[in-house]
Write a protein that binds this ligand. Structure first.
Ligand code: NCD
Length: 331
C-alpha cells in the first residue's frame, strides 16, 4: 500500500512502501506512523527490576553508533535497544575515529558500510549532516539521528510523547510548557513536532528573550518571558538545560541569576496543575534550571523518560529494519 508523501522530509525518510527508512526529523511524519512507534515502544516496557524485553528480531543486523557530541542517555539506550533485539553493535567516538585525522564523514560512513553495517545512528554538532549521509548511504542502510545540532532529536521527541501519553492518557486536552533555552534545543523542536502531530491542546514556550527562538519557529505556541506566567495551570512542564556549547561565552547566562528567574522550584511548581508532571531530557544542571527537590520529587518523570528511551529506540530500530529483514527472509 502506498502512503501519500506530502513533503520532502517524508520523501527522504519513508521508502516507496511508506515504511520508515531513515529517522532524521519528525517534521511531516504521519501521525499514524508516530502512533505505531509509540504503541510498539509501549510493548517493550517492563517494570524496573524485571528482566528487560528482549527478542531476536534484529539477529544478523549490525548497528553502528557514531557520536560526535557527548551523550549518556541517548547513546546508552541506542546500544541497549540494539543489543536487546539481538543486533551486533559497534560504537565509535568521532574524536577517537579517523575523522579526527581528516577523514570525511562520507569516507567514514563508506568504511562502516563495507563492514556490513545496516543501521547508522549518528549524533552531529553540524546541521544537515544526518540528512546528507542518509542521501548517500546504500539503499539497504538506515540513518537514525541521535541529535543534530540545535535542530532535531527525533527519538527524544518520541520518548517525550510516550511519557506524556503514559502519564496523561492522551494529548488533546493538554497544556504543555517548554521552559528554558528553547532557542538552542533540538529536544524542544522534536518534542514540539511530536506533540503537534499527535494533536496536543496547547504548547507554551517560556524563555528569557535571549533564549527564545525566532518567530518563524514553534508556530501556534504562546510565548512567555516569565516562568510564573508560563507554567500557570499547565499539565506538563518540560525543563531544558542551557546549551552553553551552542553559545559564545559572553552570552551564557550566569547560573545563579538564571535560577532566580527561571529555575523550577517547589513554590513555582504549585502554579501548575496539582497533578502536573515535570520532565527534563537530561543532562540536568541542578540549581540552574531545576531545584533538586523537584528533580527528585513526586511530580518528576525524568527517570521514566529514560526508561522510555530504550523502548522507543527498540521500536525505531525494529521499524527501520523491517524491509531489510523481509528481503533477507525472501532470499
Ligand atoms: C539532550 C541533547 O543531547 O540534545 N540530551 C539528550 O539527548 N537526552 C539535551 C541536552 O543536551 O541538554
Amino acid at each position: 500500500m502506498k502512503v501519500p508523501q506530502p513533503n520532502a522530509a517524508m520523501l527522504q525518510q519513508l521508502d516507496a512502501d511508506g515504511r520508515l527508512q531513515h529517522l532524521i526529523n519528525l517534521e511531516g511524519l504521519p501521525r499514524a506512523l508516530i502512533e505505531r512507534l509509540l504503541n510498539r515502544a509501549q510493548q517493550f516496557i517492563r517494570p524496573l527490576g524485571a528482566p528487560p524485553a528482549r527478542s531476536s528480531a534484529l539477529a544478523g543486523v549490525t548497528v553502528a553508533n557514531l557520536f560526535g557530541e557527548p551523550s549518556t542517555r541517548t547513546r546508552g539506550s541506542f546500544e541497549l535497544a540494539a543489543r536487546r533485539l539481538g543486533a551486533d553493535v559497534i560504537n565509535l567516538e568521532v574524536h577517537l575515529s579517523s575523522r579526527s585525522k581528516g577523514e570525511t564523514i562520507l569516507d567514514t560512513v563508506y568504511t562502516l558500510q563495507s563492514m556490513q553495517i545496516d543501521v547508522l545512528v549518528m549524533r552531529e554538532a553540524e546541521s544537515g549532516v544526518p540528512g546528507y549521509v542518509a542521501r548517500h548511504v546504500a539503499p539497504h542502510v538506515s540513518v537514525l539521528s541521535a541529535g543534530e545540532s540545535h535542530l532535531s532529536h527525533p527519538t527524544q521527541g518520541l520518548l517525550d510523547a510516550l511519557t506524556i501519553r503514559q502519564c496523561k492518557g492522551g494529548f488533546q486536552k493538554l497544556s504543555v510548557a517548554i521552559v528554558g533555552d528553547v532557542a538552542h534545543s533540538r529536544v524542544a523542536r522534536s518534542t514540539f513536532q511530536a506533540l503537534n502531530a499527535l494533536g496536543v491542546g496547547a504548547v507554551r514556550i517560556v524563555a528569557p528573550p535571549a533564549l527564545m527562538p525566532g518567530p518563524e519557529e514553534f508556530s501556534g505556541c504562546e510565548r512567555l518571558h516569565s516562568l510564573e506566567q508560563g507554567i500557570r495551570g499547565v499539565d506538563v512542564i518540560m525543563m531544558l538545560r542551557i546549551q552553553k556549547e551552542r553559545m559564545s561565552e559572553s552570552t551564557v547566562p550566569v547560573g545563579a541569576n538564571y535560577f532566580r528567574e527561571f529555575g523550577l522550584t517547589y513554590e513555582r511548581l504549585r502554579l501548575a496543575k496539582p497533578d502536573a508532571i515535570v520532565m527534563h531530557p537530561g543532562p540536568m544542571n541542578r540549581g540552574v534550571e531545576i531545584d533538586s527537590e523537584i528533580a527528585d520529587g513526586p511530580q518528576s518523570v525524568i527517570q521514566q523518560q529514560v526508561t522510555n528511551g530504550v523502548a522507543v529506540r527498540m521500536a525505531v530500530l525494529e521499524a527501520v529494519t523491517e524491509g531489510l529483514r523481509r528481503d533477507w527472509n525472501r532470499a
